[in-house]
Design a protein around this ligand. Structure first.
Ligand SMILES: Cc1ncc(COP(=O)(O)O)c(C=O)c1O
Length: 388
């Protein structure tokens, strides 16, 4: 009918696995969303906002009180004062902020460096903008170091005169890797040397464990000056279905982002914005999130240790990787389907986050579990996994 703009995009493994999970009535620890409700107070605030008449188009970049609340939170946590009028835009989830960023910044022929494994929306967004994604792999865990790490020399080597953007996502989906001070130091050197603009996907900013802080790129003035920092209320307040997020960027970048934003969506849900502005007055719902999710992480980790899976440490996000090499030598997608069909637990193959999911180098016998689930859901899944 029309020549495809995304010829490589078919039905993703996420859709395949979710469909299979429904068909087989499996416990779905695949997709990244909570199976519990948000705070009833937040729901009541939306209800109140609707009844109070906040049902028409709000101001294009987001209502003033919400942008102010985001500015206050960001300054309190990361020390960077974004101007809510010229530097903060409320978006329909992080996904729209990412697409807006690519469409606004990437010109035909530009390159965008993406660290893989990577969240699945970056590459199609880059392609739709006419850009070319350039993949740099994370260093895989070693015998003496169980964490995925960024090899900043390889990132630096991938940047050239055609590079427009560098996408960094920390805490990282799917590996859980977080930024440490040395990573930000390296990033500062790269930005100083190359002038590259950063797209910092920080949707899991409030899900960092073991007492460690989230090191936002906004904590470093030299990085904040060249970064579009993206976050999501869906991850923070257990409302992934509301599709509410935002991006913070220097005024000169925000002008360009808003040009695209106004024609992509114009603006986003008014009652949700009013409710979130009010709800953000209380920091507890997000400052309490690490402890809330750490208990779930520890529950899943301890449970998996009693199975033939070998869980990897998860310093952030609500995901955990686990090695299944003691169970099977099947490729990851095949193993994931088998686990759903034979044992009723759905996971996502890590290979799905790579450019070449079928390549042997992308198949290291690892699957991703999501632990944003009720304890009863996790326990029921673990009971099944013990039988594998
Ligand atoms: C790394 C990452 N970025 C962005 C998103 C999308 O966020 P939103 O639901 O706010 O569009 C997700 C959702 O899973 C994610 O994991």
């Amino acid at each position: 009918m029309v020549p495809s703009k995304l010829p490589d995009v078919g039905t993703t493994i996420f859709t395949v696995m979710s469909r299979l999970a429904t068909e087989r009535q499996a416990i779905n620890l695949g997709q990244g969303f909570p199976d519990f409700n948000p705070d009833t107070r937040l729901i009541a605030l939306v209800d109140e906002a609707m009844k109070a008449g906040h049902n028409q188009y709000p101001f294009m970049p987001g209502i003033a009180s919400l942008r102010q609340a985001i500015a206050d939170k960001t300054e309190a946590l990361y020390g960077h004062a974004y101007d809510p009028d010229t530097e903060i835009t409320v978006t329909s989830g992080a996904t729209q902020a990412l697409m807006t960023t690519m469409l606004a910044c990437v010109h035909a022929g530009d390159e965008v460096v993406v660290i893989e494994p990577s969240y699945d929306s970056y590459v199609p967004a880059i392609r739709l903008a006419g850009g070319t994604p350039v993949h740099v792999p994370l260093r895989v865990p070693q015998a003496d170091d169980p964490y995925y790490r960024v090899d900043w020399d390889r990132v630096r080597a991938a940047i050239n005169a055609r590079t427009r953007l560098l996408v960094v996502n920390f805490p990282h989906n799917p590996t859980g890797t977080i930024m440490r001070a040395a990573d930000l130091d390296a990033l500062e050197r790269i930005v100083a040397e190359t002038g590259v603009i950063l797209v910092a996907d920080e949707v899991y900013e409030h899900i960092v464990f073991d007492g460690l802080p989230h090191l936002s790129v906004a904590t470093r003035p030299a990085l904040a000056a060249r970064a579009i920092v993206i976050s999501s209320f869906g991850k923070t307040f257990h409302t992934t279905g509301w599709k509410m997020g935002y991006c913070c960027a220097p005024a000169a970048l925000t002008v360009e982002l808003r040009k695209v934003h106004q024609f992509l969506v114009f603006t986003v849900s008014s009652p949700m914005q009013v409710a979130l502005a009010e709800y953000l007055r209380d920091p507890l719902p997000y400052t309490g999130l690490p402890a809330f999710y750490q208990a779930k992480r520890d529950r899943l980790f301890a449970g998996l240790q009693k199975t033939r899976f070998r869980p990897l440490p998860s310093p952030g996000t609500f995901f955990m990787l686990a090695d299944y090499s003691a169970i099977s030598d099947a490729p990851e997608a095949e193993f994931s389907k088998w686990l759903t069909i034979e044992h009723g637990v759905t996971v996502i193959p890590l290979a799905a986050f790579y450019k070449h999911p079928d390549a042997p180098s992308s198949n290291r016998q690892l699957v991703r579990f999501c632990f944003a689930k009720q304890d009863a859901t996790l326990d029921a899944a673990l009971e099944r996994l013990q039988k594998v």
